[in-house]
Ligand binder design. Structure first.
Ligand SMILES: Cc1ncc(COP(=O)(O)O)c(C=O)c1O
Length: 374
C-alpha cells in the first residue's frame, strides 16, 4: 500500500524523546499511575486489584462504554465502540468510504483525517480556516461551494488541532443542516472536548445532531492519558457501528485490560482531571499572550477558543522552518512548524497543556533575542 508519511508523527518519532523542551505537544500534563490510583473510587480500585489479564470484550468493557455514553446526552452504551483514537479514524474511514467518493476535510488538520480518505481513493476538498483579526473562523459558504452530489463525508475537528478554533452555534447549525439535507455523514473529531477556554462555551457533541454523525473521543488530550491508548467511536447509526466493530477484528480486536479499568477510573473523575488541565491551559494562555505582546515584532498571537494548542504566526523576516531548526539545534526546543500540517504561511504550533510552558517560552525568548542582536 502506497502511503505518504504521517509528517507530524514521523517528526515526533524522531525527536520527541530526545529534545530537552517541547514547545508544541498537543496533550495535557500526563497523570502518573500513582496520581490516577489516588483519585480512584473504591469500586474501580477493587477491579484494578482483581483484574485478570485475559482478552477483553471486543466492543469495550460494558462499564467503560456506559461511562463513555454518559458524556453524550441521550446516548447509550450501544452507541459506543472502544478503540485507540487513531484506530478510530482508521476504522471509520475504511468503513465509510469507497474509491471515487468526495470528502470535505477541515484544513489544516491532523494528517490522518485527510490522508486516509486520499489513500482510499477519494477526492479530498479542503475547507480552510481563515483569520479575522486575531481569531480563527470558517466560512460556511465555502462549505456549500465544496459540497457535490458525490460528497459522502464532511470531516471536522472542534476544538481544532492546531488552531484551537471552536465555531459559533450558528455555524454548527449550518453544518448540521447542510449535511442532513444531503444525506452526508459527519466525522466529528472531538479529541479536545472538555478543554474549552471559557465557561459555558462548550458546544454539544455533534453526536446528537443527526443519524449520520460519527464522533471520535478519547482520553489522550483533556484527560492527559495518551499512554492508555483509549478512545472511542460513538454514533446513533447502529449499522455503521456494527461495521466498525467488525473492522476492528482486523486492527486490535480488543483493548488492553489494564487500560480499560484505568479509563473507567479516569472517566469517573472527569470533572477534577479536566478542570486541572483547563487551569494549566489558562495560566499558559496568559503566558503566551504576554510573550507575543513582548515579542510583537516577531509574532502575532491568534487566540484559540479551546483545546490544548494554539497556532500563532511568525512575522518576516523570521522563516518558520529555519527558526524551528535553530530552536532544536541551538536550544534543544522541539517546535512544530505549520508545514507539518501542510499549511502554508509561517505558523508554529504551541502546546498549552503542559506545566513547563513558561519555562520553554523563556528559552524561545533567548533565541528570539539573539536573532534581534544578530
Ligand atoms: C485531532 C486529533 N485526532 C486524533 C488524534 C489521535 O489521538 P491519539 O494520538 O491518542 O491516537 C490526535 C492526536 O494528536 C489529534 O490531534
Amino acid at each position: 500500500m502506497d502511503i505518504r508519511d504521517f509528517q507530524l508523527e514521523r517528526f515526533f518519532a524522531a525527536h520527541e524523546f530526545e529534545a530537552r523542551f517541547l514547545l508544541s505537544p498537543s496533550d495535557c500534563e500526563s497523570l502518573s499511575l500513582e496520581d490516577l490510583l489516588a483519585l480512584a473510587d473504591s469500586d474501580s480500585l477493587k477491579r484494578w486489584r482483581q483484574l485478570r489479564l485475559g482478552y477483553t470484550q471486543s466492543a469495550g468493557h460494558p462499564d467503560l462504554r456506559a461511562e463513555i455514553a454518559r458524556l453524550y446526552p441521550g446516548a447509550s452504551s450501544d452507541d459506543v465502540l472502544v478503540c485507540a483514537p487513531e484506530e478510530g479514524i482508521f476504522i471509520a474511514m475504511h468503513v465509510l468510504l469507497q474509491p471515487g467518493d468526495r470528502v470535505v476535510v477541515m484544513a489544516p488538520c491532523y494528517q490522518s483525517l485527510a490522508e486516509l480518505p486520499a489513500m482510499l481513493g477519494c477526492a479530498v476538498d479542503r475547507w480552510e480556516v481563515r483569520t479575522e483579526g486575531n481569531r480563527w473562523t470558517l466560512d460556511p459558504d465555502e462549505l456549500v461551494a465544496a459540497l457535490t452530489p458525490q460528497t459522502r463525508l464532511v470531516i471536522v475537528n472542534f476544538p481544532h488541532n492546531p488552531t484551537g478554533y471552536i465555531p459559533s452555534s450558528d455555524l454548527i447549525a449550518r453544518l448540521v443542516e447542510l449535511t442532513a439535507a444531503r444525506g452526508i455523514y459527519i466525522f466529528s473529531d472531538e479529541m479536545y472536548r472538555f478543554l474549552e477556554h471559557c465557561p459555558g462555551c462548550r458546544p454539544d457533541s455533534l453526536l446528537g445532531a443527526h443519524e449520520r454523525v460519527i464522533a471520535l473521543g478519547g482520553l489522550s488530550k483533556a484527560f492527559g492519558l495518551p499512554g492508555l491508548r483509549v478512545g472511542w467511536l460513538a454514533t446513533r447509526d447502529r449499522r455503521l457501528l456494527n461495521r466498525c466493530a467488525a473492522f476492528k477484528d482486523y486492527t486490535t480486536i480488543c483493548s488492553a485490560a489494564p487500560a480499560e479499568i484505568l479509563a473507567i477510573m479516569a472517566l469517573r473523575r472527569k470533572s477534577e482531571i479536566t478542570a486541572a488541565n483547563r487551569r494549566i491551559i489558562s495560566v499558559n494562555l496568559e503566558a503566551c499572550r504576554e510573550f507575543c505582546r513582548r515579542h510583537s515584532s516577531w509574532l502575532d498571537w491568534l487566540e484559540p477558543d479551546g483545546g490544548s494548542t494554539a497556532f500563532p504566526r511568525l512575522r518576516p523576516p523570521l522563516e518558520m522552518d529555519e527558526f524551528c531548526d535553530r530552536l532544536l539545534q541551538r536550544r534543544g526546543v522541539l517546535a512544530v512548524s505549520g508545514r507539518l500540517f501542510d499549511w502554508p504561511g509561517e505558523h508554529i504550533r504551541v502546546g498549552l497543556g503542559r506545566r513547563d510552558l513558561p519555562e520553554v517560552l523563556a528559552v524561545v525568548a533567548q533565541e528570539l533575542e539573539s536573532s534581534s542582536s544578530g
